[in-house]
Design a protein around this ligand. Structure first.
Ligand code: KIV
Length: 266
């Protein structure tokens, strides 16, 4: 997938599962991060409702609104020309009935230019996934740790109840989800779910047995300010680079070294 210049499609992701080619997905919320992810050949970009935490400094994803998802989704949808762009349906639209969920997903598709949506849910939301898929909207089901349900789940913790997790993933796939995202699921269980589904699984904190992996951009590049979950590996120290650059510029200004001749108009 990474070599092609055309847009990644849901069929490419199904093909990747058949070929056992790992799928890559990363979050992005703005123009520069979406461009960087797209140029890096990442398969899918997720405009996650984690924007509420990562960008707005909120304590959970619950405050994210449909208007905010459209705002960030439209920017990312324009910036990414190759990756499949997925936008999160914010809380609580998947719980307000099929009509409202389909209407909200339709707005995400029409107003952002994205190619798919993702919603958090259990088997109880299968009818909503089916209605969205029936409307021709590609949809991912997010099971396991569902951050929008953090208070009900008692915190951001591993989900170990194999029976319900298996049922939720199967229900999402049977309802027409083109992929299932597994968050904070023990690796052996995630691998078992993956083997039992015809559609790809994309894992976060779910081990290597998933068909793909997703991380939050800021965690991946070392730009997160808060505690980073144990399942994250940071591949860069962007926060350190930015802090060093800012301190160097501050010191140069204070020392009268910036602007120098090169930056001074004549
Ligand atoms: O909103 C988000 O960033 C997500 C990821 C944690 C998968 O759903």
């Amino acid at each position: 997938m990474a070599e092609s210049t055309r847009r990644v499609t849901v069929l490419d992701l199904a093909d990747a599962k058949r070929r056992k080619t790992p799928i890559t997905m990363v979050t992005a919320y703005d123009w520069p991060t979406a461009r960087l992810a797209d140029e890096a050949g990442i398969d899918c970009i997720l405009v996650g409702d984690s924007v509420a935490m990562v960008v707005a400094g909120r304590p959970s994803t619950i405050p994210a609104t449909l208007g905010q998802m459209i705002y960030h989704g439209e920017i990312v949808g324009r910036a990414a020309t190759r990756a499949l762009v997925v936008v999160d349906l914010p809380f609580p639209l998947q719980h307000l009935g099929r009509r409202r969920a389909v209407a909200a997903c339709a707005r995400l598709m029409k107003e952002t230019g994205c190619q798919a949506v993702k919603l958090e849910g259990t088997a109880g939301q299968a009818d909503v996934i089916a209605a969205i898929a029936a409307a021709g909207i590609p949809v991912i089901g997010h099971v396991g740790l569902r951050p929008q349900a953090v208070h009900q789940l008692g915190g951001y913790r591993m989900q170990r109840d194999a029976g319900p997790l298996m049922a939720d993933a199967r229900a999402a796939a049977a309802a027409g989800a083109f992929a299932v995202l597994l968050e904070c699921v023990p690796a052996p269980l995630a691998a078992e779910i993956t083997a039992g589904l015809d559609v790809p699984t994309i894992g976060i904190g779910a081990g290597p047995g998933c068909d793909g992996q997703v991380l939050v951009f800021h965690d991946l590049v070392g730009l997160s300010l808060g505690r980073v979950p144990r399942f994250v590996r940071s591949y860069a120290d962007t926060r350190g680079s930015i802090a060093a650059g800012l301190a160097a510029w501050r010191d140069d200004v204070r020392a009268g070294l910036f602007p120098g001749p090169a930056e001074t108009p004549t």
